[in-house]
Design a binder for this molecule. Structure first.
Ligand SMILES: [Zn+2]
Length: 241
C-alpha cells in the first residue's frame, strides 16, 4: 500500500507541476496538453512518466535538446514522499483524504509563492472552504472557524505593524489567506505554532539566501506550509522540546 501511495503521489506531483506553472499565468490546467516550454513540442506520454522520464531523458527535451528544469522531478518526488508520509501517519482513512488535499495545496502554493511571490486566491479561498467543510471529521467546526480567524488575524496584525514600522509590506494578503486556510484545517493553537515556526524557518531561508535586510522579500509562504506540515505530522513540539 505504501508503494501505491508513493506512485499515486508522484503522478499527482506531475499534475501539480502543471498547476504551479499555469495558475499564476492564468492558463487552463486542463488544456492544452503538456508541452516543452522551450520548443513548445507536445510531450509524449512515454516522456511524461513522473521522475523516471526525467532520468531517462537525462534532463533534456527529446525534441529541442534544451535542459528540463530539475524543479519538475523535485516536485514529483516531494509529492510522492509527502503522500507516503501522510499515509504512514493517518492510514487509509477519511483524515488521510482531507490532509492529502491540504498537503497538495501546500505543495502548489509553496512553489508558486517561491516562484512568483504571490499566493493565488483561487487556491487559498477554496482551501478555506474545504477546511471548514471537512472540519466535522477532524477538529470540529468551532475550532475550524476560530483557527481561520486567529490565523488571518495574527497575519493582519503583522501586516499593519510592518506598514507602520518599515513603511512597506512584509507579508501580503496572500499570506493572510494562506494562514486563514491553515487555521481552518488545524485550529487556532496549531495556527499560532505555524506562524512561530514559519517565522523561524523563514529567517533560516533568509540567512541561507543572503537577504541583506528584513525589508527584502521573505519566503514566508513556503516557510508557513513547511511549518504546518511538520506540525501536523510530528506534533506541535517538533522544534520546541
Ligand atoms: Zn523542447
Amino acid at each position: 500500500m505504501s508503494i501505491i501511495l508513493f506512485i499515486f503521489g508522484a503522478c499527482f506531483g506531475s499534475f501539480f507541476n502543471v498547476c504551479i506553472y499555469r495558475i499564476p499565468r492564468k492558463k487552463s490546467i486542463v488544456t492544452p496538453p503538456s508541452a516543452c516550454p522551450k520548443c513548445t513540442h507536445r510531450i509524449m506520454w512515454y516522456d511524461n512518466i513522473p521522475i523516471i522520464s526525467y532520468l531517462l531523458l537525462k534532463a533534456k527535451c527529446r525534441f529541442c535538446g534544451k535542459k528540463i528544469s530539475v524543479i519538475y522531478p523535485m516536485v514529483e518526488l516531494l509529492t510522492a514522499i509527502v503522500f507516503l508520509v501522510a499515509y504512514l501517519k493517518f492510514g487509509l482513512s477519511i483524515k488521510l483524504a482531507i490532509y492529502l488535499i491540504l498537503f497538495s495545496l501546500f505543495i502548489i502554493i509553496g512553489f508558486i509563492d517561491a516562484d512568483t511571490e504571490t499566493i493565488p486566491d483561487v487556491l487559498s479561498i477554496p482551501g478555506i472552504i474545504i477546511g471548514l467543510g471537512t472540519s466535522f471529521f477532524t477538529i470540529g467546526i468551532k475550532s475550524s472557524i476560530l483557527g481561520m480567524l486567529v490565523g488571518a488575524g495574527v497575519i493582519g496584525f503583522f501586516i499593519g505593524f510592518w506598514l507602520l514600522v518599515f513603511k512597506k509590506e512584509g507579508m501580503g494578503m496572500g499570506d493572510l489567506m494562506l494562514m486563514a486556510m491553515i487555521g481552518s484545517f488545524t485550529g487556532w493553537v496549531s495556527a499560532l505554532y505555524t506562524i512561530f515556526y514559519g517565522s523561524v524557518i523563514g529567517l533560516v531561508f533568509a540567512a541561507i539566501l543572503g537577504k541583506r535586510s528584513l525589508q527584502d522579500k521573505l519566503y514566508f509562504g513556503p516557510a508557513l506550509v513547511i511549518a504546518s506540515f511538520l506540525i501536523i505530522i510530528f506534533g506541535k513540539h517538533i522544534l520546541l522540546q
